[in-house]
Design a protein around this ligand. Structure first.
Ligand code: KG4
Ligand code: ZN
Length: 356
């Protein structure tokens, strides 16, 4: 089976292709340079840029892989959650392509696709615990199968990546700032008790990171922490105070994620694999500490390679082929699901295979 995956949920336009259970290739066009001028994603500009780039990316992918468009068996597309206008561009394109080729379409949950990108490394042994840490979401799932996810914990306000980005903005670091906090943290010394690990004084697996941003803002003000010169970002040029602050912030976020993961595991003791995915899974301390955490508990640990932590069409194609291989597709009238709304699992039995 050849599955073409299309991703346009936020600020990366990306397409990928899987053939017979192997990733052939993917192409990512990042809009970050455009949005960084505004210090964040501008939804309308994101939609317009997806519209401008998407078809060219598909053509590049087909040319570079030698895959004939007529040989594609199924189209997969991100249904949500994401920016509504951005999603609509990818979905309209995918629906048109599926109709033109006379092939089925599979609408994919972006968050589940992030976690299943762990399978690019090795098979997930189920049940698994999935920690999805991205710019828009911080979710813990019990994963019983590629198509059976139960939400165990979620953020009540800011996502982990959003916390990184907002704190980076307070320091005038480039956008998106998570990567820069990570780099600086590796050149700083953390003070473990500088910031309270947020929202631990309860029994649940949910998160709340918005208070951490306020605490850091107050610390910056009361300690006269200097602002980094954005245009000249270079680790050596960043004052030690700022590097140490980044190390403390990084530690606080990672320890909070670990503590809630520990609780989720206590509730689900049959778990075999710990999966960590999403943009924040690229963080060096997240990778190191979660790996140690899993090995201390005898769990298989999976995290995508750095390339596949962020948004990519390969993960959409992967989940699309998994769904199609089980005989399911999406009806053509499905809607895009914006951020904050539940993505329904309303697949139908593949009518194409029924008529064969
Ligand atoms: O998954 P993703 O590419 O997009 C969403 O679906 O949200 O995640 C982007 C997020 C941003 O907040 C970015 O700052 C964060 O991932 N991020 C990092 C690192 N690399 C990317 N956060 C911390 N450390 C990193 N190394
Ligand atoms: Zn994402």
């Amino acid at each position: 089976m050849i599955c073409l995956g299309i991703e346009t949920s936020c600020d990366e336009t990306s397409v990928g292709v899987w053939r017979s259970g192997e990733l052939v290739q993917d192409v990512v066009y990042s809009q970050i340079p455009m949005h960084s001028v505004f210090g964040g994603v501008v939804p309308e500009l994101a939609s317009r840029e997806h519209l401008r780039q998407l078809d060219s990316l598909v053509q590049i992918l087909l040319r570079d892989t030698g895959v004939d468009i007529q040989a594609v068996d199924v189209v997969a597309v991100t249904r949500g959650p994401g920016l509504l206008g951005a999603l609509l561009v990818g979905i309209a394109y995918a629906k048109s392509l599926a109709i033109a080729l006379g092939i089925p379409l599979v609408a994919v949950n972006h968050l589940h696709a992030h976690l299943l990108a762990c399978e690019f490394e090795a098979p997930i042994e189920y049940p698994a615990l999935g920690v999805l840490v991205s710019g828009g979401h911080t979710h813990i799932y019990l994963m019983r199968d590629a198509l059976d996810f139960e939400l165990v914990g979620r953020t009540l306000d800011d996502a982990a990546g959003e916390a990184f980005d907002k704190i980076a903005k307070l320091l005038n670091l480039p956008y998106p700032g998570g990567k820069y906090v990570d780099i600086l943290a590796n050149h700083g010394v953390a003070e473990p008790r500088l910031f309270t690990r947020p929202y631990l004084n309860n029994l649940n697996c949910d998160f709340s990171f918005s208070g951490l941003k306020t605490a850091v803002a107050q610390y910056i003000e009361t300690h006269a922490i200097p602002q980094v010169d954005y245009a000249k970002f270079h680790v050596e040029a960043v004052p030690q105070d700022v590097r140490n602050l980044c190390a403390s912030v990084n530690l606080t976020i990672v320890q909070t994620l670990l503590e809630k993961t520990r609780r989720a595991l206590e509730m689900h003791s049959t778990v075999q694999t710990l999966c960590v995915a999403g943009g924040v899974a690229a963080n060096s301390m997240v990778r190191r500490e979660f790996s140690r955490f899993a090995s201390d508990r005898g769990l298989k640990f999976l995290v995508p390679s750095q390339n596949y932590c962020g948004d990519n069409g390969a993960m959409i194609a992967y989940l699309g082929q998994e769904i199609a291989a089980r005989g399911y597709v999406s009806p053509l009238d499905f809607e895009a699901i914006p951020r904050g709304k539940h993505v329904p699992t309303d697949y139908i039995v593949n009518p194409f295979s029924r008529s064969e």
